[in-house]
Design a protein around this ligand. Structure first.
Ligand code: SF4
Ligand code: SF4
Length: 77
Protein backbone atom coordinates (compact mmCIF):
# COMPACT_ATOMS: atom_id res chain seq x y z
CA UNK A 1 0.00 0.00 0.00
CA UNK A 2 2.35 2.81 -1.13
CA UNK A 3 1.62 6.39 -0.20
CA UNK A 4 0.06 8.71 -2.78
CA UNK A 5 0.26 12.52 -2.98
CA UNK A 6 -2.81 14.51 -4.03
CA UNK A 7 -3.13 17.98 -5.56
CA UNK A 8 -3.47 19.40 -2.04
CA UNK A 9 0.35 19.32 -1.94
CA UNK A 10 1.93 22.75 -1.30
CA UNK A 11 5.45 21.60 -2.24
CA UNK A 12 6.90 22.35 1.19
CA UNK A 13 9.19 19.32 0.73
CA UNK A 14 8.93 18.17 4.37
CA UNK A 15 8.01 14.68 3.19
CA UNK A 16 11.03 14.51 0.92
CA UNK A 17 13.30 15.14 3.89
CA UNK A 18 11.81 12.45 6.15
CA UNK A 19 11.36 9.60 3.66
CA UNK A 20 13.94 6.90 4.53
CA UNK A 21 14.08 5.47 1.01
CA UNK A 22 13.94 8.58 -1.22
CA UNK A 23 10.60 7.56 -2.69
CA UNK A 24 9.54 11.14 -3.45
CA UNK A 25 10.13 12.67 -6.85
CA UNK A 26 10.19 16.42 -7.47
CA UNK A 27 9.92 18.36 -10.71
CA UNK A 28 10.44 22.13 -10.71
CA UNK A 29 7.68 22.64 -13.28
CA UNK A 30 5.05 20.56 -11.47
CA UNK A 31 2.69 21.87 -8.76
CA UNK A 32 3.16 18.89 -6.45
CA UNK A 33 5.56 16.11 -5.51
CA UNK A 34 4.81 12.43 -6.15
CA UNK A 35 5.71 9.06 -4.61
CA UNK A 36 7.26 6.27 -6.65
CA UNK A 37 5.06 3.28 -5.69
CA UNK A 38 7.89 0.87 -6.49
CA UNK A 39 10.22 2.56 -3.98
CA UNK A 40 7.84 3.40 -1.09
CA UNK A 41 8.07 0.89 1.78
CA UNK A 42 4.84 2.09 3.40
CA UNK A 43 6.47 3.29 6.60
CA UNK A 44 3.83 6.00 6.99
CA UNK A 45 6.22 8.67 8.26
CA UNK A 46 5.38 11.16 5.51
CA UNK A 47 1.62 11.01 6.11
CA UNK A 48 1.80 12.64 9.54
CA UNK A 49 4.56 14.98 8.40
CA UNK A 50 2.49 16.67 5.67
CA UNK A 51 0.97 19.99 6.81
CA UNK A 52 -1.52 19.94 3.92
CA UNK A 53 -2.89 16.42 4.53
CA UNK A 54 -1.98 15.69 0.93
CA UNK A 55 -0.59 12.17 1.49
CA UNK A 56 -2.67 9.02 1.97
CA UNK A 57 -2.20 5.31 1.46
CA UNK A 58 -3.26 4.24 -2.01
CA UNK A 59 -6.28 2.43 -0.57
CA UNK A 60 -7.67 5.85 0.38
CA UNK A 61 -6.44 7.77 -2.67
CA UNK A 62 -8.33 8.80 -5.80
CA UNK A 63 -7.56 6.89 -9.01
CA UNK A 64 -6.41 10.07 -10.77
CA UNK A 65 -3.85 10.70 -8.02
CA UNK A 66 -2.59 7.11 -8.04
CA UNK A 67 -2.07 7.37 -11.80
CA UNK A 68 -0.45 10.83 -11.59
CA UNK A 69 2.04 9.62 -8.97
CA UNK A 70 2.91 6.39 -10.76
CA UNK A 71 3.34 7.97 -14.19
CA UNK A 72 5.36 10.98 -13.11
CA UNK A 73 7.58 9.05 -10.69
CA UNK A 74 9.02 7.30 -13.74
CA UNK A 75 9.45 10.54 -15.73
CA UNK A 76 11.01 12.76 -13.07
CA UNK A 77 14.55 12.39 -11.79
S1 SF4 B 1 5.34 5.98 3.40
FE1 SF4 B 1 7.52 6.05 4.06
S2 SF4 B 1 8.64 5.14 2.35
FE2 SF4 B 1 6.62 5.70 1.55
S3 SF4 B 1 6.87 7.73 0.67
FE3 SF4 B 1 6.19 7.99 2.80
S4 SF4 B 1 8.06 8.23 4.01
FE4 SF4 B 1 8.65 7.36 2.02
S1 SF4 C 1 4.75 17.37 3.02
FE1 SF4 C 1 2.78 17.46 1.95
S2 SF4 C 1 2.64 19.57 1.17
FE2 SF4 C 1 4.78 19.21 1.71
S3 SF4 C 1 5.69 18.54 -0.25
FE3 SF4 C 1 5.09 16.70 0.89
S4 SF4 C 1 3.05 16.19 0.11
FE4 SF4 C 1 3.48 18.30 -0.46
Amino acid sequence: MPSVVSDKCKKCLSCVEVCPVEAFKVNDAAPQVVVDPDVCIDCGVCISECPAEAITSDSAAQEKDIAYNAENAKKWA
